[in-house]
Design a protein around this ligand. Structure first.
Ligand code: ADP
Length: 333
């Protein structure tokens, strides 16, 4: 990152000097307590070097003017063109993979039309608690989880209109006590509806990962999602081919049920990174149904390795909370 001082970057909004006190207003792109702490320290030191008796107060605000606090390192959205391609399964297993790589991970289930994450993590009966005016995420396997499913009775359906979706996503991000999460994995609803749009306007997304089956009809819909992400300027970090093939566990015959290799080809045509292929593994489906992520038990399986390798390929885009704070400090002392 280039280093520009806060005056040049026009982040100093106001400086008021009243007798012996000085109030400095600083604008940040996104709230970040660690950046604030460091900036406050540096600004105070710089001003006190001019006048040791000066009382200095430094206030921070963000561009959206809502005083938001989102103390996370990076946010990865998992999307798909269609439902049923394994987007949610990939999202939770990727979350576990990030955890195995040493990150503190949170999961936001924004799949409002079919929030399946609570079932996949065995927490469908849990309800988030409120503490100090903040929603506490539900913990499962070390992940911090918030889901649209916690707020809708099972089997009930809600008609979600644009503004409601926007509000929900905003609440999931800013009214939830994410404490210190390095990576937030966001499970998007399939397709190109209001939610991905709202999300890209509400959250500072690091980027999106797309999940597709290799068959043509699945890829066609992914293409639409790609142009949408492009329009809203969310970087597409790559694509995963799910249900890439099936290997019979007794005779080891390989069957390419949904075709194979089309996602890799599509990625090279579209010039986006190919993140790997996950075979069909009945234990993965079973893990989803039983509420225990597959990767916890089958890391060495082909599907497990594919998921871990996908996480490793995404690693260059990930930041811990601390790294993200350091990056945001753009002051030259
Ligand atoms: P989506 O979120 O795209 O609607 P899900 O993650 O709910 O899809 O997956 C649909 C079904 O397919 C689930 O029952 C899931 O367990 C199963 N599934 C997904 N990927 C695989 C895979 N690689 N092998 C076996 N079953 C899978």
């Amino acid at each position: 990152a280039s280093r520009v001082d806060i005056v040049t970057s026009q982040q100093v909004k106001d400086v008021d000097i009243i007798e012996n006190s000085c109030v400095v207003q600083i604008l940040l792109n996104e709230p970040n307590p660690m950046v604030e702490k460091s900036l406050r320290y540096q600004i105070e030191a710089a001003l006190k070097a001019q006048n040791a008796d000066l009382q200095v107060a430094v206030n921070f605000s963000t561009n959206d003017g809502q005083g938001n606090r989102l103390n996370v390192g990076s946010i990865i959205a998992v999307g798909s063109g269609k439902g049923g391609v394994g987007k949610s399964s990939v999202a939770i297993n990727l979350a576990i993979a990030f955890q195995k790589l040493g990150y503190r991970v949170g999961v936001i289930d924004c799949d409002i039309y079919g929030p399946s994450i609570p079932t996949m993590l065995g927490i469908e009966d849990k309800k988030p608690m409120m503490m100090n005016g903040k929603i506490q995420p539900v913990e499962a396997f070390g992940l911090k989880v918030i889901s649209a499913g916690f707020f809708v009775e099972q089997g009930q359906s809600l008609i979600w209109r644009g503004p409601m979706i926007h509000k929900l996503i905003h609440q999931f991000a800013y009214d939830v006590d994410w404490k210190e999460c390095d990576v937030l994995v966001v499970d998007l609803p399939p397709g190109t509806g209001d939610a991905p749009l709202s999300l890209s306007q509400t959250l500072p997304l690091t980027g999106a990962v797309m999940v597709s089956l290799p068959q043509k009809v699945s890829i066609i819909d992914v293409h639409k999602s790609l142009s949408m992400f492009h329009q809203v300027k969310v970087p597409v970090l790559g694509m995963v081919e799910n249900m890439s093939h099936y290997e019979c566990s007794s005779c080891h015959h390989r069957e390419e049920i949904f075709d194979h290799g089309r996602v890799r080809k599509f990625c090279s045509e579209q010039n986006i990174p190919y993140l790997g292929e996950i075979p069909i593994d009945p234990r993965l489906r079973q893990g989803c149904d039983e509420g225990r992520p597959f990767l916890l038990d089958y890391e060495n399986s082909a599907a497990g390795q594919a998921l871990l390798n996908t996480a490793r390929r995404l690693q260059p885009f990930l930041k811990t909370v601390e790294e993200s704070a350091e990056d945001a400090i753009r002051i030259v002392s």
